[in-house]
Design a protein around this ligand. Structure first.
Ligand code: ARG
Length: 579
């Protein structure tokens, strides 16, 4: 495993050595790169920018080894063109490495990432899609960079509604029983849903049931074994359902990583005591609250974080605060990430500030809410059914797979029914994930299946076709082997593709610094587009009569395929060999 610094990083470094400052190297359409950092530096040092730039030109000769051409332009820009040989050589070094030359973190830390957190006894909706897809990609990318990643699925498995659910089941004991044929996820969910609705209806109309439910909640919170056993049935049944959805979504969730709200029960009392003893939280009308100078409601009154309600019940905040203590103290995290809807931004802001005041979060620990925006319908409003309900996630997934199947069928008539099934799932689920991941974080996007499964444009299908086409070229190559030939001059499309492939590691580095998977998505799209141009302009198998040229182009194809594959693996998207 050899890490390969990119050409851009090497040039950046060499110029920085001469200048003693960041040259601000950028891709450019006049040359391969342009550095415009000389201007600012000259200004700061009251020097002549063109003279300073000339110094760089002298120090970095265009000897063809790395640089083919370097010139001063305008007021003191540097235009740099790298040599064709340097491009082919660096790609050869990447190809020789199993990680494509991407370095592993020198000092990997421990990141706890909180994502994919559906709620027990409730349908998963489109909001859970986003958290799961984005979280899964971030976790994979960090892991690839060498970080130790601990996944936490903070499922909603605790709270007042469980008093009602458990009480209902005690009074209607067989309502959750599976049919004799056993149970799949969908059936589990429909039983849970029935119990939920029936319980709710009774709760809203029958005062006595309401009272019994409230008592039941107290039993649950006190850890009464019978009550807990029934509560556990709801959790287990829900997990069957969650796993079926995650299976469809092609996201692996491990049981030991599911530590829901209930997982912190034992810590809640202590968490509150610590907050109260240190004065971080104060009693206000019986409730234990944390106040913030800068957080006020519309009426100008301060909005507190309520850690414990006046009736003694613990809320969402107490759980999250306890989870922070657990993640820092017991899991030794130095980074805490939360992939959660942007609508919970205020909650996390208050929770983090509280944990800082309490000393549970220190400056050494990075904590970050990674918010995501809302999924919209074509009308630009939050994506809801006509009746105003959230779409069931499974229905959306099924529909995407159906659409994808027809695309696949149309495009390739030779596929068997089974292949169409498989490809359909890979394309359909990939399409949903990609649409989500290619949107920059925090932004809303429109759920438009037609666009998502389209063969053209910025879609996963486009990337998958690029990958499959490359595999088909490699299969057809016969005896010709992909192999780099640095002695050959490169066509413009080859250079463009090559320089992009060289940026894979830099892209990943930036994604793991900013936690923005859309940068990887858009990088892969540029690679696929550059490949399309290359393929149009540079015949591969019919490459004139030169064996070397054919081999070098096959080499570019192969490295493009490997880069696309690795990138898509990290996004959680499949790359079928044939489409
Ligand atoms: N279960 C919550 C929901 O469905 C998300 C939980 C987010 N994570 C957390 N640590 N609060 O909205």
């Amino acid at each position: 495993m050899a890490s390969v610094p990119s050409l851009s990083a090497t040039i950046q470094q060499r110029i920085a050595d001469v200048l003693g400052a960041d040259p601000l190297l950028r891709r450019s359409d006049r040359a391969d790169f342009q550095a415009n950092g000389v201007l600012g530096l000259a200004k700061r040092n009251k020097a002549n920018p063109r003279e300073l730039a000339a110094k760089v030109v002298t120090a970095l000769p265009a000897d063809g080894e790395l640089i083919a051409d370097i010139e001063v332009s305008g007021p003191g820009f540097l235009n740099i063109t790298v040599s064709d040989a340097a491009i082919t050589n660096i790609l050869a070094a990447r190809a020789a490495d199993g990680r494509l030359g991407v370095p592993s973190a020198e000092k990997p830390g421990i990141t706890v990432i909180d994502y994919a957190q559906p709620n027990v006894a409730k349908e998963m909706h489109v909001g859970h899609l986003r958290s799961s897809v984005i979280g899964d990609a971030i976790a994979k990318i960090l892991e690839f960079e060498g970080e130790t990643v601990i996944r936490r699925h903070h499922i909603g498995d605790w709270g007042t509604q469980f008093g009602m659910l458990v009480q209902y089941l005690i009074e209607h004991p067989h309502e959750l029983d599976a049919s004799p044929e056993g149970s799949d996820g969908e059936e589990s969910m429909s039983r849970l849903d029935r119990v939920y609705k029936a319980g709710r209806a009774l709760f809203d109309t029958d005062e006595e049931f309401k009272t019994r439910s409230r008592k039941r909640l107290v039993e649950l919170q006190a850890g009464d074994p019978e009550t807990l056993a029934i509560w556990q049935q709801f959790v287990d049944e829900s997990k069957i359902y969650f796993y079926s959805v995650y299976d469809k979504l092609d996201i692996a969730i491990r049981d030991e990583d599911i530590v829901g709200e209930s997982g912190y029960n034992d810590m809640l009392v202590e968490t509150c005591k610590l907050l109260e003893d240190t004065g971080v939280a104060v009693r206000s009308n019986g409730a234990l609250c944390v106040f913030f100078d800068d957080i006020k409601g519309k009426d100008g009154e301060p909005v507190p974080l309520i850690v414990q309600k006046a009736d003694g019940g613990f809320g969402y905040a107490a759980t999250d605060l306890s989870a922070i203590r657990n993640r820092v103290r017991d899991l030794h995290a130095d980074t805490l990430l939360y992939v959660v809807d942007v609508r919970q931004a205020l909650h996390f802001k208050m929770v983090f500030a509280t944990a800082r005041r309490a000393g549970w979060l220190t400056d050494e620990i990075t904590v970050k809410h990674i918010p995501f925006g809302t999924v919209l319908g074509k009308d630009g409003k939050p994506f809801k059914t006509r009746a105003g309900e959230s779409f069931r996630l499974v229905d959306l997934l099924d529909e995407a797979v159906d659409r994808a199947k027809s695309v696949v069928r149309e495009k390739n008539e030779e596929l068997s029914e089974q292949e169409i099934e498989e490809r359909g799932a890979e394309v359909g689920i990939g399409a949903i994930k990609y649409a989500d991941l290619s949107t920059s974080l925090g932004r809303d996007y429109v759920f438009d299946l037609d666009r998502m499964v389209s063969l053209t444009g910025d879609t996963s299908v486009y990337l998958q076709y690029a990958f499959a086409r490359i595999q088909s070229i490699l299969r057809k190559a016969g005896d010709a082997r992909p192999s780099p030939h640095p002695e050959l001059p490169l066509a413009p499309a080859e250079r463009a593709l090559g320089l992009l492939l060289d940026e894979f590691g830099n892209t990943l580095e930036s994604v793991s610094e900013t936690y923005e998977p859309h940068k990887l998505a858009s990088y892969l799209y540029s690679v696929a587009s550059a490949f399309a141009t290359f393929y149009e302009q540079c015949p591969v198998l019919k490459a004139e009569n030169s064996v070397e040229l054919r081999e070098n182009r096959l080499f570019l194809c192969e490295l493009t395929g490997r880069t696309l594959h690795q990138g898509m693996v990290l996004l959680g998207i499949r790359t079928p060999e044939r489409l």
